[in-house]
Design a protein around this ligand. Structure first.
Ligand SMILES: [Zn+2]
Ligand SMILES: [Zn+2]
Length: 503
């Protein structure tokens, strides 16, 4: 065989498919991938692979039906012949493409070792078909950035010396910090560190009275310090950021990175989707005020409000919000987050695993929808009626939340994570009510809800970057948290490349 088989996936519009099969891939009767669930159309992939290179055998067998979202198409080519052209498929088929490519690379090495005149190598990656990023179709005028796979590493987007170690000589050489509140958030940020500095016994130390824990390292060419919060919330964020400033005295910007609840529409009336990246231009403390018998009054005097960001941060945000910069950020973010998927499949797009991006109407409660099942949820009719504790911790699928109550939304043309800039609502509790959310959005023109921004905003120049993991209503689904944390961290890496050091 010529080892020139190529199998790749590329994005397509989302479709809902029933999966009734599972499949495993064999090479010369040795299993190299699977079993994974698949659509019964996978028999067409099986036949195409068998025709293109009979050493590969894809076993497809029946299993119980599940419903999945398809956002990719898979193709098979050997030599000049296309054996399969864009068959609708599932995102995890990228793993199958990689398994085939790894297997063939090993075969090519064997051939070149055993042949006095080595066979010609495959065309360079720039000419070879390769897995494309999901959910985004660049327009004709765009030049998409290189997309990585384990076999086609990404071209560094920064200057050629970006990979050189830039370890500052002391703590005072850092101007960028990152603060994360949750483990899921700092796990994602750490996944983008290109180098860690304080290993092998080296330490920058800390200022007296600083009880924070840090990781120092490099993202691209920029030295960064990552600070961990002991728990969520404004008070913890305020303590961590003030101690951070004690040890790292020349910080210019702090990225508060993680996950948040998103308003269904942003301040420019664009729809938000889960995994989109929300960036703060201002922060309001929506639950800071007085509760009166007839309603809540937010404290809104000059002294009670958080100040504006400093001029350097405001100018930086203005630049990021510009159309061409935002477009570049979105393309890079897509590249970085899909690159992360190839390294760690915990961060993959959850809709590919059957967790839909559902926005329910604001008044539709997350509760046991079958009234015969739960006496507490059965009595929940008005907005303030309680639901049972089990319902609060259960998914919409378990409770039977109905698709009839989904908000009908236009399909998005741009399919990667989008950036949304606007005001953040920072509060002392998690927003879990669609009706209250909509009231705050209408009154304060906010685009996102979170709990830490107000804590660091006042003490240190802060840019809040959070991935939307829910719609700040009662319908929580933890399945989106890792993906949203990953898009926020990938977006932060892209944004950091726009930051220019003043030194
Ligand atoms: Zn219940
Ligand atoms: Zn629900």
């Amino acid at each position: 065989m010529s080892n020139d088989l190529r199998v790749w996936i590329e994005p397509k519009s989302h479709s809902i498919e029933g999966h009734t099969a599972k499949c495993s891939l064999y090479f010369n009767d040795r299993i190299i991938w699977g079993p994974r669930h698949c659509h019964n159309n996978t028999v067409r992939l099986r036949d195409a692979l068998n025709a293109a290179d009979p050493r590969f055998r894809l076993d497809v067998s029946p299993k119980g039906k599940t419903i999945e979202g398809h956002t990719y198409a898979i193709s098979v080519k050997a030599g000049d012949r296309l054996y399969l052209d864009r068959l609708s498929t599932h995102g995890h088929m990228l793993e199958l493409c990689n398994a085939i490519e790894e297997c063939l690379a090993a075969e090519r090495r064997k051939v070149s070792q055993n042949t006095p005149n080595p066979v010609p190598e495959l065309p360079p990656p720039s000419q070879a078909p390769r897995p494309s990023p999901p959910r985004h179709q660049p327009g004709p005028s765009e030049t998409p950035p290189p997309v990585s796979s384990p076999h086609h590493p990404p071209t560094p987007p920064e200057s050629p010396n970006s990979k050189a170690s830039t370890r500052p000589s002391s703590r005072h050489g850092f101007e960028i910090a990152i603060i994360c509140a949750l483990r899921v958030e700092h796990d994602a940020v750490e996944a983008f560190l290109d180098e860690e500095f304080e290993i092998d016994g080296f330490s920058y130390g800390k200022a007296p009275g600083d009880y924070n824990a840090y990781t120092t390292g490099r993202i691209g060419s920029k030295p960064v310090v990552l600070a961990y919060m002991p728990n969520m919330g404004k008070a913890a964020a305020a303590v961590v950021s003030s101690q951070l400033h004690m040890s790292f005295t020349r910080l210019k910007v702090v990225f508060l990175v993680g996950i948040c609840g998103a308003a269904p529409m942003d301040s420019r009336d664009r729809q938000t989707f889960l995994g989109d990246i929300m960036i703060s231009t201002a922060v309001i403390q929506f639950d800071f005020g007085r509760q009166y018998a007839d309603g809540f009054i937010r404290k809104n005097t000059l002294e009670d409000n958080l100040g504006r960001a400093n001029p350097e941060i405001r100018s930086f945000l203005q630049k990021l919000e510009g159309k061409s910069t935002t477009k570049r950020l979105e393309l890079k973010t897509l590249q970085y987050v899909t690159d992360l998927w190839t390294r760690d499949d915990e961060y993959v797009y959850p809709a590919d695993d059957g967790n839909d991006d559902n926005l329910y109407s604001a008044e539709y409660r997350h509760k046991h929808q079958d009234s015969s099942f739960c006496s507490i949820c059965a009595k929940c009719r008005l907005p303030n009626d309680p639901v049972c504790d089990i319902a609060k911790e259960s998914s919409c699928a378990v409770l039977g939340c109905s698709a009839e109550h989904l908000v009908k939304r236009k399909a998005r043309k741009f399919t990667g994570p989008c950036f949304h800039f606007g005001r953040f609502a920072s509060g002392d509790s998690v927003m879990k009510c669609g009706i209250y959310r909509d009231k705050i959005v209408a009154k304060e023109k906010v685009i996102a809800f979170e709990m830490e921004g107000a804590g660091s905003w006042d003490s240190i120049p802060t840019v809040i970057m959070k991935g939307a993991c829910d719609y700040a209503d009662s319908h929580k689904n933890k399945a989106w948290q890792r993906y949203a944390a990953a898009t926020a961290a990938a977006g932060m890496k892209a944004v950091m490349e726009e930051w220019r050091s003043s030194s």
